[in-house]
Design a binder for this molecule. Structure first.
Ligand code: ZN
Length: 198
């Protein structure tokens, strides 16, 4: 999969892409540069926030094919969480409501039009990645706190997540997209990650 760090979920349009768009993009599998042609697309459900309003939609996602190694790669908006229907902004909103605003789960469910199970499951996944995230913040953002609480970490992430290279830095540092839970126990997930340049 290739993350397009110029395009967020709400601005993603499959039809805007041409093969020229990927002239300086490396193939995540064979590292050939700019050797792609547009291949196919598939529908993907997406939930994200737009000006604070929950948007639920389905968008066609582009797949491109590397002419060198014949592998195909989905081109994803940079803020999507692979294998999930919600984006990073929506996920962070849940964390903010739990740890900073300290709202009851019932209220979060109502506000974000989701389920109790979804909230508990996202919170569980966040805790699974907490050490990885904390190490990243210390290494790349010089987070000073010695033993930060979850609330402090959530506040910190929310304060820097608007910086457009936060998710790119995370991908480069950890070798996997932010909050991607699938294949979390695999040192080498059976997918290749790449990025369009900012
Ligand atoms: Zn290739």
């Amino acid at each position: 999969m290739i993350h397009d760090f110029k395009t967020s979920c709400n601005r993603y349009e499959k039809n805007k892409y041409t093969s020229k768009y990927f002239f300086d993009t490396s193939c995540p599998k064979c590292i050939a540069i700019g050797r792609f042609h547009l291949h196919a697309s598939y529908p993907r459900n997406l939930i994200y926030l737009e000006k604070g309003i929950v948007k639920e939609t389905q968008k066609p996602i582009l797949r491109i094919k590397c002419l060198s190694c014949k592998s195909t790669h989905a081109v994803l908006p940079f803020d999507v969480i692979p294998y999930k229907i919600i984006n990073v902004g929506y996920f962070l909103k849940i964390l903010l409501m739990i740890y900073v605003e300290e709202l009851p789960v019932k209220e979060i469910v109502k506000c974000l039009n989701t389920s109790f199970q979804a909230i508990y499951s996202y919170n569980y996944e966040f805790k699974y990645f907490l050490v990885m995230i904390t190490n990243f913040l210390r290494a790349k953002y010089k987070m000073k706190t010695t033993s930060p609480s979850i609330e402090e970490i959530v506040r910190y992430i929310c304060s820097i997540s608007k910086s457009e290279d936060f998710l790119k830095k995370y991908l480069e540092y950890n070798g996997r997209p932010f909050l991607m839970a699938k294949f979390k126990n695999n040192l080498s997930p059976p997918v290749y990650f790449g990025a369009c340049k900012i």
